[in-house]
Write a protein that binds this ligand. Sequence first.
Ligand code: NAD
Length: 480
Amino acid sequence: MSEHTITVAGVAVDTRHWIGGERVASTQTFPDVSPIDGRTIGEISRGTATEAAAAVAAAKAAFPAWAATSRAERARILHAIADGVEKRIEELAIVETTDNGALLRSHRRGVMPRVAHNFRFFADWLQSLDHEDFDTRGHTNHVSWDPAGPCVLITPWNAPLMLATWKVAPALAAGDTVVLKPAEWSPLTASLLADIAAEAGLPAGVLNIVQGYGSEIGDALTSHPDVRRISFTGSVPTAKRIAASAAANLTPLSLELGGKSPLLVFADADLDLAVDLAVEQYDNAGQVCLAGTRLLVEEPVAEEFTRRFVEKASGLKQGDPRDEATDIGPNIHNLQLEKIDGFVQRAVADGARAVIGGHRRDGQYYAPTLLADVAQDSEIVQEEVFGPVLTLQTFTDEDEAVRLANGTRFGLAATVTTGDPERAQRVTAQLVAGTVWVNCFFVRDLQAPFGGSRLSGVGREGGTWSFDFYCDLKNTVTAP
Ligand code: NAD
């Protein structure tokens, strides 16, 4: 084992970048800390503009050959990567849990199988993309999905490998080459993906991975003139910086950003279902972009809903994410905890009432919190907290429900619970959101468009929409 390999729960992980099919070390490193116990897992290569340039150069050099590879061959390699992920599900799951503190049981049974599915789905969807042909006064129009070039993919820590592969898989399927920059708080599983991709036979330089702080390596990636696509998942402030940086070359962007999504409970809803869905919003310690963090409940059932919610939420077990019985693990980082607590304490000082929670717990945990008596224009209702913090507001009719639901700068998702299908139709038609769930939550199909309106994002990915983004569409007109 090289001096750059660390062992995480028995799994060997290389701490260097992966550039042009080789491991490359930086002279400087940054510490990767586990949210489970606050201990440093290892020192990771800390990329700079030099590594960014080398990774883009490798992606550029590998592009012509990869773009010329047949669709069937690209799909074969993506399926081989999926096989590799499936073989290593246990290892990927424990490394991800150690790195970002999300539940081991979800990684094992939900997230890592989904990572493999990301590769299989886009490999297969690629085969179904038709080259469209149509006629103009005897001339043939032939529309083709051409590979676009090197892509920079930048991802967050809340679901590291799942969100990374949701971009990597369609980009590779499209015939593009990739430079992936994982979040500095969760760098490890991306490094394992490099091993898996190499074993699956992905040619050198087609997938490159650079580690480091966004503030140090980000601009060099996003302002690079050889980069043909940038897909980013993360926060709104970072997205604005990336958009400004990409503007130099008018590099096309896909931005999947934050949310402050509403969960509406009408008086005619199945209240047990509504309570189950509301408590589910604490999943991943509230670090889910799609979370319905604003509970909007119709007046006549508000008291009963709150009583049942408190009863159910009080039964949640918070603790070590490796324990099968745990429902809520730690938050990612002390800085994030301070941010969460800052939001809550300012809200309470502003008159909010903590129905449950409202405080930190020992270690890196935040008590699941529900805040009532909050004003629509208050910070706690308007801003994304990204922790286990929900707000409760009531409404008296459909118009008010829609007004409150749409009353933030975000538009990522919304959940509506009602027993009346016509009401569901009326309300969903008026909601501003990329995804709306009726009497359910987090049902996601990779063929659906995914993204956000307003500050929640720019563009859509998923199914054909991913290929719309990662391909250059070309129309060739041939005379008779
Ligand atoms: P973040 O914006 O701080 O960081 C995301 C990534 O951007 C990291 O890899 C970081 O290193 C990088 N980065 C930072 N500065 C950069 C720069 N100047 N140039 C280039 N890259 C830079 O976000 P985060 O805290 O890691 O993630 C949480 C946010 O992500 C929340 O707002 C959440 O809602 C959002 N999110 C959105 C979705 C979605 O699909 N819409 C999914 C998950 C998370």
